[in-house]
Design a protein around this ligand. Structure first.
Ligand code: SF4
Length: 668
């Protein structure tokens, strides 16, 4: 009997219209950990580096995490994996909501899509009955709108639907997959779905999931619930309000936006407004939020209510959570009210709320600089709000300059030329990053920015406070009940960390300590992405209910896999290494692993080199960031080494950058 997982994947070939239910190897789950881990293995086996993002042979994998569908609180993530058109690397974007547990209840762990449908279709998975259905009547429909229409058509309001909007249909490189209460947005995975001619996947499942040791598993779940209640009553002191509790940062309840509005950059990630937050702004923004927020909502099996339904007058309802509350407002340098208005249109179009506003702000900077002219922007309004709405429509419809901007700032800058590349200044690995411009190099963030392959920095960080608390007594107080640490040395690292002086950034934490901290933070995210756990209860907040010490018990009692902390460390290292192996094979090297040049004002080239050298060594990677023969052997990944050898990966330090032109891609 299989526990926690169903033991079956759905394989859909859209070119042939073929549907298969395929039994999976239980050994792979223990070895790679399910979810992201087994996605990475499937991609490694079946999508060699010659395969382009918009090739029929690229796979689009929707995976429920290993523990999704069990009673584990907040375990509801779908991990969507493919080759990104924007980075040309492996993308693995997560969405919460209800879709992944529903897939498990229908009897499947993953849906693996290959090929391309000649006509727009959607997939209807109703337990054992699986159909590819015509979606021509849904062409051009918004993601939420299409969801409602599909539920009506199927006469099944309980069907969970993941859908793309017009952006995905038009292969906009930052298009998302929307799912009512969540979205998978990074890496342009919606464009791959659109390229395959797949508008949506609707799922309804009514089966059970087996638990290996139900009594023990429920005890662990109860402990998590108790701890969540405890943390509700005792928020972390000394950090901004949105970081004091658990869950996704509580942007839908908090009215204190001082931290984001004064620390993050406005416009095209350019301007800090240090005195922005005033009582008057707070009052106005509170009214804006309360006017449109109709209800606080949670994902499946979670009490945290991080999201909200937003009902902007005259527009249809949509869901919002986290920092997407501010991205459009800050990029357009306008007001929160406008942010709520444009986010509705953007959600229906299905675009990433981080990349989209930045791409539009980038276009307006080029216009101000005379690089783009009135000829490129015929009929563009003169006010900022009007310009953002105008640009959003052009991008999603790929009309005029919108066709260029739809490829994201990195590719658009190359295509526009005339110095535009200087303005695409906030990318890592060809992808827009958070609009942050800070003063002093931070070694922990430096390494996360350089080596992260999840693309989104907020989904790599967590566990260790972002900055030292001002006084030693405060730090000592903080570590007293910090049982989540891998071992005691992390407490000392934090207690000794000073805001100024010898033990302050950039030289403290030391490179070795920095490696320990980054590795811990990253490890937590990779475990979550394998299990399907929401980062908001595990890898992202300080002192979360899930941690390295209780996860092995969850896996053992839930999935029946023989697991302890050492085995978990090894399995997650294997999963992380396999993600890197996929990207190394696609040409990723040390030269790609760097933060934006202007991310910090004060840079330290020698220290940065030492940090990267130390971390690569710590991880078992060579000076190019490629996993070594020894480290691959230790993880049982000798097949990766053999492939690297065959392809000459170890001797090719500067593989040619694959940069297909838009026109060429359109011909594919
Ligand atoms: S913590 Fe928030 S984002 Fe995470 S599962 Fe719960 S409601 Fe969803």
């Amino acid at each position: 009997m299989r526990y926690a997982e169903t033991g079956y994947n759905l394989e859909i070939d859209l070119s042939k219209g073929n549907i298969e239910r395929v039994e999976t190897d239980p050994g792979d789950t223990g070895f790679y950990l399910g979810g992201l881990g087994t996605n990475a293995k499937i991609l490694w086996d079946r999508v060699p580096p010659e395969i382009e993002p918009f090739s029929p042979d690229n796979l689009l994998i929707f995976s429920a995490g290993l523990l999704c569908g069990t009673p584990a609180i907040g375990c509801n993530r779908t991990i969507v994996t493919t080759i990104s058109p924007q980075t040309l690397l492996m993308a693995y974007s997560m969405m919460g909501g209800f879709w992944a547990p529903e897939l498990k209840y229908a009897g499947y762990d993953k849906v693996i899509i290959r090929g391309k449908s000649p006509d727009l279709v959607y997939l209807w998975i109703n337990n054992d009955k699986v159909e590819i259905r015509d979606a021509s009547h849904l062409r051009g429909k918004g993601a939420n709108e299409a969801t409602g229409l599909i539920q009506q058509e199927l006469k099944e309001p309980r069907a969970q639907v993941s859908a793309i909007g017009l952006a995905g249909e038009n292969r906009v490189y930052f298009s998302s997959i929307e799912q009512g209460r969540s979205s998978a947005s990074r890496g342009g995975i919606g464009a791959v779905m659109g390229d395959k001619g797949l508008k949506a996947i609707a799922v309804r499942g009514t089966k059970d999931i087996n638990i290996a040791q139900p009594d023990r598993f429920m005890e662990l779940c109860d402990e998590v619930l108790e701890y969540i209640k405890f943390r509700e009553k005792t928020p972390i002191r000394g950090v901004p309000p949105i970081l004091a509790g658990l869950g996704s940062p509580q942007e839908m309840t908090t009215h204190d936006e001082q931290w984001h509005t004064t620390n993050f950059a406005w416009g095209n990630a350019r301007y800090r407004k240090k005195d922005f937050w005033t009582e008057e702004v707070e009052k106005r923004w509170t009214e804006s939020l309360e006017k449109v927020r109709t209800r606080l909502i949670s994902c499946y099996n979670c009490p945290m209510k991080c999201g909200a339904t937003i009902n902007y007058p005259g527009l249809s309802t949509y869901m919002m959570k986290c920092y997407s509350k501010l991205t459009y407002t800050m990029a357009s340098m306008t007001d929160l009210d406008f942010g709520f208005q444009i986010a509705q249109r953007a959600t229906e179009y299905g675009v990433d709320a981080f990349s989209t506003p930045q791409t539009m702000a980038f276009a307006l900077e080029l216009y101000e600089a005379g690089i783009l002219t009135d000829d490129d922007m015929p009929g563009m309004p003169t006010d900022s709000e009007g310009r953002f709405l105008w640009l959003l429509d052009r991008i999603v419809q790929r009309e005029g300059i919108g066709d260029v901007l739809a490829n994201g700032t990195y590719w658009a800058a190359k295509q526009i030329g005339k110095g535009a590349e200087e303005y695409a200044h906030n990318n890592i690995k060809k992808h827009e990053q958070l609009p942050l411009k800070l003063g002093m190099l931070n070694p922990v963030y430096f390494l996360m920015y350089c080596t992260g392959e999840k693309i989104n920095i907020t989904q790599i960080e967590g566990q260790f406070p972002q900055a030292p608390f001002p006084k030693r007594e405060q730090r000592e107080e903080f570590v007293k009940d910090w049982f989540q640490v891998p071992d005691e040395k992390f407490k000392k690292y934090f207690v000794d960390w000073e805001p100024r002086g010898e033990n302050s950034i950039p030289y403290y934490p030391t490179p070795q300590m920095t490696c320990d901290i980054v590795d811990w933070q990253e490890k937590m995210h990779y475990i979550d992405d394998a299990l399907g756990m929401c980062a908001g209860l595990s890898s992202f907040p300080l002192k979360p209910p899930y941690h390295l010490h209780n996860y092995p018990q969850f896996i053992a009692s839930g999935a029946g896999i023989d697991m302890d902390e050492d085995r978990l460390n090894q399995a997650v290292k294997r999963c992380r290494t396999l993600v890197r192996a996929n990207n190394v094979r696609r040409g990723m090297r040390r030269k790609d692993e760097k933060p934006p040049e202007d991310h910090w004002k004060k840079r330290f080239p020698e220290l940065e080199k030492e940090l990267l050298d130390t971390y690569y060594k710590f991880k078992g990677w060579n000076e190019q960031g490629i996993p070594t023969k020894e480290s691959l052997h230790e993880l049982g990944l000798d097949y990766v080494y053999e492939d690297f050898e065959k392809r000459g990966v170890y001797s090719d330090n500067d593989p040619p950058s694959k940069e297909p032109s838009t026109d060429k891609e359109k011909e594919i």
